[in-house]
Design a protein around this ligand. Structure first.
Ligand code: ATP
Ligand code: LTN
Length: 330
């Protein structure tokens, strides 16, 4: 049985980057891979690698759950659960820490970036985080893991850990493949298009939140930074701004960049941006409507309860195999 596993952290409000790099992929793959079982979770244990406000964290966990469904995941088809409600994640996370080397953890780009931004109180789990991420994936024998470009390195480490464990203790884990979208694996900031679009940026004009007011979202596209030349041409090195917008356009319409370039030959940035603003509007509107509906419904708790039961069952069986392999317990 093939399995897809992925998660999103309930830190900050999800952006259009999260949608294109991750959420939209989950939905596309759900439809394209009918024989693959799908497990998606809210990575709340990962959220506490940096300080979180208790009330906000609680609220965001529910919101991410609602958002998964609002974006089109079918609760009948998908096992949707909260990471911390399945204890085995933390236990296998520890075992992965006991499989990984400190040097491997210290080499992770995300760790180095986040450490740089924080001056004091850097938590140990910020360093060991990729071991927990490996556990999230290996616990379910995932074959495919859809993620944005920034997570590829963690996926490589997960593969190394799976192989190392298998070599040490005998075949136990499936070695997963990362899946990054062809277009949109790294959506850039609208104001500084060489940097990643990031919800933790200080400038709200740099990102579009899935929950943004729809007209504000349109204005952010209209005011996105572009170069002074006026050709609508994909060239990430010399024209990062327009290239980023082309990428967003292509990802949201499932069209090729070439096809879009051809459509806008001889057109202006202004006309192109106006069309893209409308595409963003049309993408966000139904998501926001469905999100508000689901968040209020009782259905959400039922889905999360069912998800926890199914995930726990698989996770428990896997852990008993892992214990046996290592020689833990009686
Ligand atoms: P943080 O800034 O708190 O680390 P994050 O957005 O990187 O947050 P998640 O919310 O867990 O972390 O990300 C969920 C998914 O969205 C991941 O697969 C990640 O690779 C993807 N993603 C995040 N930002 C972008 C982006 N700008 N473009 C494409 N994909 C992205
Ligand atoms: N590390 C990811 C979130 C994440 C994840 C996972 C993604 C945690 N566990 C397992 C895929 C599979 C991030 O920071 N975006």
């Amino acid at each position: 049985m093939k399995r897809l596993v992925s998660g999103i952290k309930p830190t900050g409000e999800p952006t259009l980057g999260n949608y294109i790099g991750a959420l939209r992929q989950f939905v596309n793959l759900q439809n394209e891979l009918p024989d693959t079982e799908i497990f998606v979770f809210i990575a709340d244990l990962h959220a506490i690698t940096t300080p979180q406000d208790k009330q906000k964290l609680k609220k965001r966990i529910r919101e991410i759950a609602a958002l998964y469904i609002a974006c089109g995941l079918d609760p009948e088809r998908v096992t949707l659960f909260i990471q911390s409600e399945v204890m085995e994640h933390a236990v296998l996370g520890y075992i992965m820490e006991s499989t990984a080397y400190i040097g491997e953890m210290e080499r992770m780009t995300q760790y180095k970036d986040k450490k740089r931004k924080q001056t004091e109180g850097i938590r140990t789990s910020l360093l060991t985080y990729p071991a927990l991420m490996a556990a999230d994936i290996l616990l379910y024998d995932a074959t495919v893991v859809p993620v944005g470009e920034d997570q590829r390195q963690h996926l490589e480490l997960t593969r190394d850990l799976a192989n190392r464990f298998n070599n040490m203790y005998g075949e136990t884990f499936v070695v997963p493949e990362a899946y990054t979208p062809k277009v949109g694996a790294r959506i850039k900031s609208l104001t500084e298009p060489t940097k990643k679009m990031d919800k933790s940026s200080e400038n709200p004009k740099s990102y579009i939140l899935l929950q943004d007011d729809l007209n504000a979202a349109k204005n952010k596209i209209r005011s996105a930074v572009t170069d002074s030349d006026s050709k609508i041409k994909f060239d990430e090195k010399n024209k990062p701004g327009i290239s980023n917008l082309l990428m967003i356009y292509a990802a949201l319409t499932d069209r090729s960049i070439k096809d879009i370039e051809d459509q806008y030959i001889g057109s202006t940035y202004q006309a192109f941006k106006e069309d893209l603003a409308n595409i963003v509007y049309d993408t966000l509107k139904p998501i926001q409507e469905k999100f508000n509906e689901i968040l209020k419904s009782k259905e959400l708790d039922e889905i999360l309860d069912k998800g926890r039961e199914k995930a726990s069952y698989i996770a428990r069986r896997k852990m008993s195999k892992v214990y046996k392999r290592i020689g833990l317990g009686r």
